[in-house]
Design a binder for this molecule. Sequence first.
Ligand code: GAP
Length: 444
Amino acid sequence: MEKITSLAKRRGFVFQSSEIYGGQNGAWDYGPLGIELKNRIAGAWWKEMTQLHDNIVGLDAAILMHPRTWEASGHVENFTDPLVDCKKCKSRFRADMIPEENIKEKKCPDCGGELTDTRKFNLMFKSNIGPAEDTASIIYLRPETAQGIYVNYKNIIQSNRMKIPFGIAQIGKAFRNEIVTKNFIFRTCEFEQMEMQYFVKPGTDEAEFNEWKKQRWAYYEKLGVKMDHLRWHQHGPDELAHYAKDAYDIQYLFPMGWRELEGVHNRTDYDLGRHSEYSGKDMQYIDQDNNNERYTPYIIETSAGLTRNVLMILCDAYDEEKVADKGDADDIRTVLRFHPNLAPITVAVLPLMKKDGLAEMAQDIRKELQEDYATDYDQAGAIGRRYRRQDEAGTPFCVTVDYQSKEDGTVTLRFRDSMEQIRVPKAELAARLRQEIKNYKRIK
Ligand code: GAP
């Protein structure tokens, strides 16, 4: 993880928030390559959920919601972690994350000082809205994006004539006052989620749940993730969230071990039932194709962390490889083997020399490719070093313009994964890249 964190900073993927002030715990900034990667991961998920499903539509709900939302959802009462403090060194721990003996003996795992009793700590960030700071002005930062979907489900049925089963997808920020925020961007206080809520008829929920499990697994396969680094984990009774009847996590083998990447949850009619109770509005679905049968839909939720997916894709792509292309058998190259559809830069154009018109020719090629691909241009330093810089950024293709290009109009196309180089006529470059991206298969 240290190597990934350091590469992420060095190459402008992710920076610590407010670094010049010593950093802000639990918050990270996405740099030029990081925002491109995050946008592409979000784009892939959005396409999968909305474009490829006729019955799923999108939504972008506000982060600030009426405070009753969080009473209805159960978050005010139940969204807590067990917490203990050390009276001596003032460290704070999640009681379920330190050895049981320490809890029993009330002994701090860091300094041996006395621990407080375990108490419930609500993870929601609380603030005030408006000029007065009283109980009537309390507002929460949403701890999940899902509730914005539930409170809009009737609006969407009416405005978009949706019929059950149907889904609503949303990508957005969520906030949790996490006590433990180690492991880079894995668990943070400010993060992004990609959530889809699928509204189904009660009784069909178990079949739909299984179907969504299959679809989410297939999605990661399509992204080119190492499938032996993914596994399912079913929640036991003491892990189930307060709203869930059944829940499975897709876990990924991160450098610190198997950890949750995404959850698939059967939330039953809990959320809509509670919103109905707390708002006094009827949240039932009226099935006009079935004698106006009324029922409160069950919800199957697929909930993935976008920022956690960024970390997963970085870990999955990271590779160090012994190469001998500079005549040194111990030479190691660091390479990010992103799928071309996710890579922040798809193609880098490099003139072998700045002089003799090569730079101008390379600039022209870049301009042509720019319309269809995310490009980079680099003319600084030895060509081998420039290839390595692109390998570290995860750029799958480099195009090099040399003296032969001036003579016969061909350029060198260099592949990141195999380091193979072929000559391609300049005019065929865009089409060749399209074909290479379509047929891309990871070789390592
Ligand atoms: N709406 C259901 C829900 O929020 P969750 O299991 O608490 O369920 C879903 O969160 C996903 O959101 C997780 O699988 C994880 O990818 C991401 N996530 C949750 N808490 C996070 C945090 N503190 N930092 C980064 N990602 C987080």
